[in-house]
Write a protein that binds this ligand. Structure first.
Ligand code: FES
Length: 229
């Protein structure tokens, strides 16, 4: 091969090398996007990410939102709803036994924030006698909230007291109002402590709880109730 051919050859191999590098860059970039996307989608399901705190336009009172009618409820099945913000999930349950703070004819209807007070995972409702999907070795002796992230257990009969795992405090109870005439159940506020991710963890002063829980996100304007198991 003469020197002109050598030059032409080396030009081609540089071109080839350049294309190969660009191709590898593209693969790595796409791979990165796919990995971040998968990570985010997994954690959207499991982990609560608080909305950005706008810090302004905080309402001065809790909204009153129709959640369900007592006739919609069955013992052992939870209804999911968001309150007081569109971003903050809760469960409404009829426990089948009189509960602390319970409403309705049997005093057994309660609602709680579904965001674990440990690190913010979304826990599952587990009826008495059942096991959570993540731990067949645990059988609930009463209706509980069970967090599959690190095993925190909330006693829903007794104001969500922590009866297992690392959660430092109960999840907040949703204040319910029951209409004796129609059987309608309304959410009318949140009890202490603050919802996980809102304000200072564990805050119990009612005014501070209201300010923290209503900060950031979008205030719920109408019922978002759906059936779940
Ligand atoms: S986040 Fe619930 S136990 Fe850790």
């Amino acid at each position: 091969m003469n020197s002109a051919e050598d030059e032409a050859g080396s030009g081609h191999s540089e071109e080839k090398e350049g294309s190969r590098r660009n191709f590898l860059k593209l693969i790595l970039t796409l791979g990165g996007i796919a990995t971040v996307g998968s990570f985010a989608s997994i954690f959207r399901v499991l982990l609560y990410v608080p909305p950005a705190n706008a810090g302004t336009n905080i309402p001065l009172s809790w909204p009153k939102v129709l959640i369900a009618n007592a006739s919609d409820l069955n013992v052992g099945t939870a209804i999911d709803f968001n309150y007081p913000l569109e971003e903050t999930p809760n469960i409404l349950v009829k426990l089948g036994v009189k509960a602390e703070g319970g409403v309705g004819p049997d005093g057994d209807i309660v609602a709680f924030s579904q965001i674990c007070q440990h690190l913010g995972c979304i826990y599952a409702f587990v009826p008495s006698g059942d096991s959570p999907n993540c731990n067949s070795g645990y059988k609930a002796s009463k209706p509980v909230g069970y967090c599959c992230c690190h095993g925190s257990i909330y006693d829903l009969i007794n104001a969500a007291n922590v009866i297992g795992g690392p959660a430092p405090r109960p999840v907040p109870m949703v204040t319910l109002s029951y209409d004796n005439t129609t059987g309608d159940i309304y959410a009318v506020g949140m009890g202490p402590p603050t919802i996980f991710g809102h304000g200072t963890p564990g805050t119990t002063n009612p005014a501070s709880v209201m300010q923290a829980d209503l900060s950031g996100g979008t205030l719920v304007a109408s019922s978002t109730a759906t059936s779940s198991t």
